[in-house]
Design a protein around this ligand. Structure first.
Ligand code: ZN
Length: 138
């Protein structure tokens, strides 16, 4: 069994910025030289998430709108009250979507659907620098 670890560094605009990181993840999978295995994609931090979606402007706008309705940016949040903070909505959204995805690798490539991209969502209420760890186990 082999383990290959790589990192992607990127800057986001925050406020539910949704960044397609598929090419960067595939680059790391390629450098692992693995024919088959599993790639875990994980973002460090408690206000960002990793998911998969068809990354096009309509879906991006719709998911942002759904999240605004379900977990509004403003509200009576204990995290904000107790910590004099403003980003509880970002923490709640990040926990619900989750910090990682595990994606099978087949034939040296991520086994994604044609219209399925790996997306980093930054929920924080300001621009952030993010580190995404990609670990390939083969
Ligand atoms: Zn906070």
């Amino acid at each position: 069994m082999g383990v290959h670890t790589g990192e992607l560094k990127l800057s986001t605009r925050g406020d539910a910025d949704m960044v397609d990181i598929t090419d960067g993840v595939q680059r790391i999978v390629g450098s692992a030289g693995a024919d088959g295995g599993m790639a875990t994609v994980f973002v460090r931090g408690s206000t960002a998430a990793i998911t998969t979606m068809e990354h096009e402007p309509g879906n991006v706008a719709d998911l942002q709108e759904v999240l605004d309705r379900v977990i509004p940016t403003r509200g009576e949040y204990e995290h904000n009250r107790l910590n004099h903070d403003t980003n509880s909505h970002a923490h709640q959204r990040a926990s619900i979507i989750g910090p990682s995805e595990a994606i099978p690798v087949a034939g040296g490539r991520l086994a994604l659907g044609t219209w399925q991209q790996i997306v980093l969502i930054d929920f924080d209420d300001r621009p952030r620098d993010r580190t995404v760890t990609v670990q390939v186990i083969s």
